[in-house]
Design a protein around this ligand. Structure first.
Ligand code: SF4
Length: 172
């Protein structure tokens, strides 16, 4: 069995990134589409919560994470109060946060809050990915809190799934 299970909890997102993998349905040919009753993370070593934007459905995310209690990594671009609470309650082992194109004032504030909060949660493993259109901005990055900062260009082959992951898409 594959080591990691990656679950797209929602395909919905408030952003409209030009490079979004969700626009490339062929990229997810290997995915299994399931409903919440059919999904199981039993037998995997770790769980990755992805989207769309998972923080649009925080209650669903919390229900799934609490059910399996696996090392869990969140992929998000929307830092919210619910996300902070879940990080604080150690429901996530780590967060992979992306600063996307069309980065606005709200995004800047959320990023400020995230960095501030993570400094008080040393147990959180945090990775940052920055879109090239954002990387020239003065973001006030606190380098020491990020285990990895990825400034590489976003490209067309950014979507394929790592080999040891099983991908599920949750039907709503
Ligand atoms: S934030 Fe992610 S899911 Fe949302 S549109 Fe951008 S790439 Fe797609």
């Amino acid at each position: 069995m594959k080591k990691t299970v990656r679950l797209i909890v929602t395909e919905a997102c408030s952003r409209k990134c030009s490079y979004c993998c969700n626009n490339l349905s062929t990229e997810f040919a290997c995915a299994k589409r399931v409903n919440i009753e059919q999904f199981s993370a039993v037998g995997y070593d770790e769980l990755v919560i992805s989207g769309g934007e998972p923080m649009l459905v925080p209650t669903l995310v919390e229900t799934i994470v609490r059910k399996y209690r696996l090392p869990t990594y969140l992929y998000s671009a929307l830092y919210t109060r619910e996300c902070k609470r879940m990080l604080n309650n150690r429901l996530f082992t780590g967060i992979s946060y992306t600063l996307h194109e069309k980065f606005g004032l709200n995004d800047r504030y959320r990023f400020y809050r995230l960095q501030k909060d993570i400094q008080e949660m040393p147990w959180v493993s945090a990775r940052l990915k920055i879109h090239p259109s954002v990387s020239h901005m003065n973001l006030g990055i606190v380098e020491k809190i990020w285990s990895r900062i990825d400034r590489r260009p976003f490209n067309d082959d950014a979507c394929p799934l790592p080999e040891n992951e099983q991908l599920f898409i949750l039907s709503t």
